[in-house]
Ligand binder design. Sequence first.
Ligand code: PLP
Length: 246
Amino acid sequence: MSRPAPDGSIAARLSAVKAAIAQAAERVERDPGSVRIVAVTKGVGLEPIREALALGLRTLGENRVQEALAKIEALADESPQWHLVGHLQSNKARQAAERFSMVQSIDSVHLVEALAARAQRPLDVLIEVNAGEEPRKTGARPAEVDAIMRAITASPRLRLLGLMAIGPLQGGPEAARPVFRRLRSIRDDLRQRFSLELPELSMGMSEDFPVAVEEGASMLRLGRVLFAASPDRVQASLGPGALPLK
Ligand SMILES: *Cc1c(COP(=O)(O)O)cnc(C)c1O
């Protein structure tokens, strides 16, 4: 069977990603429609972002408030949803609360208090958990999650929708599996003990998103696999038979 020529366009990458999501979902009998892509646009210019928006990627992620502000302004007419996925310093809490529809990176009670004091409208949040308990990594320790959850639910403006984790940056996709599983079990446990819904599990990036789908992710945060020249490790995440990415 002949394959179409390699195509480095965002459209081609997105269809390869969707195929990989569908395959992973099928392996565990999940509905692929229950998995949302957050297109992470850090370091990406306005033109590729416009292309992504035109392809139906309506949720965009940035990891720095400062870098995001100019893009949010420039793309305001297209009204995408912006999620902050990187570490937030409390001195940027006001801007974050004004400009983003979701902050995925809540990792301390202190940050919750800063956001709660400055948010003028409802703000969706996720607690970022260092579920692998790796040293020198962002995210709350699992033991801190209860306290952060209580602080969030005490604020009328903040709406807790779930948890986020970053898989280990080394060891390949299978190294991420126990971390994703742990995040899910922390979520399930919170759900049970506090009767919260917590529908969102944001886990899985370019190199490990199929594993994240298998482990129950509701949101994948994808940057390089959509936008950047792709090293082999990213290509590998698309699975056998995927079109080569340039
Ligand atoms: C950059 C980034 C991503 C996307 O990473 P890729 O490996 O490029 O897919 C996801 N989440 C966070 C928190 C990031 O900073």
